[in-house]
Design a protein around this ligand. Sequence first.
Ligand code: S3P
Length: 199
Amino acid sequence: MNTQTATTTSALMPPLRRPSRPVRAASRIVLTGFMGSGKSTVGPLLAAELGWTFIDLDAEIERRTGLSVPQIFSEQGEAAFRKEETAALAAVLGRTRTVIALGGGAPETLGNRLLLEQTPATAIVYLAAPFATLVDRCTAQSTTIRPNFADPAAAQARFAARHPIYNRLAHVRIETDGLTPEDSVAAVLATVAVKSSPA
Ligand code: S3P
């Protein structure tokens, strides 16, 4: 797999070295990135292009618990949400021919990173964008309630802490600023080599 050329992700932060760990025949593609990075928009389009299944990890958590993500945060707290997130990730990660969109905070949990890194044939793609773009996208998506975007200063601090984590974890980083979701799909397909379907 080739890697995507990196450009500066945020004017606030120095550019990081581009990820460069090849996956030769991915059976699953995991999309990571901050809230508003387009994981839940790009994911279904990418899955459709490949003829694969799409799983949104937040939707999977909601299905497993019978509660919405904001409900889990307000009724049980973020730590309880993170436990459900790890359980849901472990449950779905074995599936093949699947695109999985992680929640923006999932890679902060060490256990989740180990699960992702130790599952063979897993291509991890970081959909990156400057913080200002993420704010614009999250503001435009007024129907999506994100407890961890409520406080802009705290969200920016989370973004600064997570950007290097996403970058280290990913095999490929795609700078999505100025790209349509379809452009991002094309960029993923150009850089991730997927396992050909069984004859
Ligand atoms: C979170 C991101 C959300 C969701 C939860 C927490 C975060 O997912 O998992 O609200 O901490 O970044 P999206 O990245 O899909 O918005």
